[in-house]
Design a protein around this ligand. Sequence first.
Ligand SMILES: Cc1cc2nc3c(=O)[nH]c(=O)nc-3n(C[C@H](O)[C@H](O)[C@H](O)COP(=O)(O)OP(=O)(O)OC[C@H]3O[C@@H](n4cnc5c(N)ncnc54)[C@H](O)[C@@H]3O)c2cc1C
Length: 407
Amino acid sequence: MTLGGAALLAMAGCAREPEWDVAVVGAGVAGLSAARNLVDHGFRVIVLEARDRVGGQLYTDHSFSSVPVELGAGLLHGADVSTWELVEEARVRTVPVRSDEEGTTPIALSVPPRDDESVASYLRRLGVPQDDWPPVAVDNEPAERWSATWMYRNGVFDWWSAPRQDFRVVGGYDQLLSPLADGLHIELNSPVRRIRLVGSSAPEVELTVSGRGRDRRVRARRCVVALPIGVLRGGAVAFDPVLPADHREALGALRATDVLKLHYEFDRPVFPEDRHILGGEDEGPVFWCVSRDPEIVVVWTAGDRARELLALPDDERFGAGLKALGEAVGEKVPDPVRRTTHDWSSDEFSRGAYLYVPPGAHDAPAALAFPVRRTLFFAGEAVTGENTVDGAYDSGYVVTDDLRADL
Ligand SMILES: Cc1cc2nc3c(=O)[nH]c(=O)nc-3n(C[C@H](O)[C@H](O)[C@H](O)COP(=O)(O)OP(=O)(O)OC[C@H]3O[C@@H](n4cnc5c(N)ncnc54)[C@H](O)[C@@H]3O)c2cc1C
């Protein structure tokens, strides 16, 4: 009987070295910044992305109209967020929008919240009038569903009340992805189905990747999992062995919010000339004008209201948005010449929009930030508890600075 070379090597205890130092799962902003940092430090990195594009929840549609529309993230939240680096590198122009320059009355947080308390019950206990509560429900789940401890510890109450100015990237937010993705080895249409830790003393990872008509294996010395919370919770990616109890508990505690962003193009102006944003009262929809020529308007809802609309067939969903827009502008609006949206909740590679931290889940992001056997690292919203592009961008760097330390 003769033995093949691979079998002989394995018997001699010197199995082939993995082709990659690090496999990054997910090419959203967190996965891309993780890979960027590693490649810039000379490591061999493969990025596996399920979709046919990079960017994840940063998703610019250039085909809808003569101006791009943002089906996912649309804004840089503030003049000092880290992603301005990318604005400079990509040499793009931004415009200020939706100004909250005034800020709101700061909330005097005289005592800390209890661990399992929601933002709503905490603020009621402090006697804060509801008008002064952070308006989380405008683009997220309402105050009843948020952890007060998480907001308190992370300065989110102050963030909401501080003056702020948001910015939009002219020509598409996705232009910021170019400097991140430039020169990376990214395999699109490559959903990862299984992440296996192999070996005991110095484990490696073996990923099962489907797509392209077959399953294949990818081996690497380390793995960065940069998946959205909805996907991690949904179990579409199996971990072998199962994740440690703390990680599983943390994933069970965090949640993805539901949001809906409907875009309409009209053949005549419908939005008041002197306004670029309307609505947002009583957790109702928000409306803003993306472009005046052509006239493109967005109808936005979050939480329960978004879920109600997401449950409707397409035509009814767009019809309900149009009706609400008519009520906001004070007259019936014409039928749009075109319309578009993206349903993040039924998107199998997102399974919900961005993350929120429910009562009692304040320690979950830190639990997930703890690498499994210094081999499996998590990045993105799940480890930061943040739900912004800049949060994802920072997270990729933080996680890989740690990972590099002993690679
Ligand atoms: C409608 C909407 C509006 C938003 N507005 C803003 C805003 O104005 N400003 C702001 O800063 N943030 C905003 N956000 C939030 C922001 O977009 C996200 O917080 C951020 O982009 C998350 O980045 P990420 O890399 O952590 O995750 P994601 O962007 O979700 O990336 C994860 C990647 O993993 C991939 N993936 C999933 N499953 C697999 C698999 N099995 N194998 C391989 N790959 C897989 C996905 O396809 C995706 O590319 C918005 C989000 C949405 C949905």
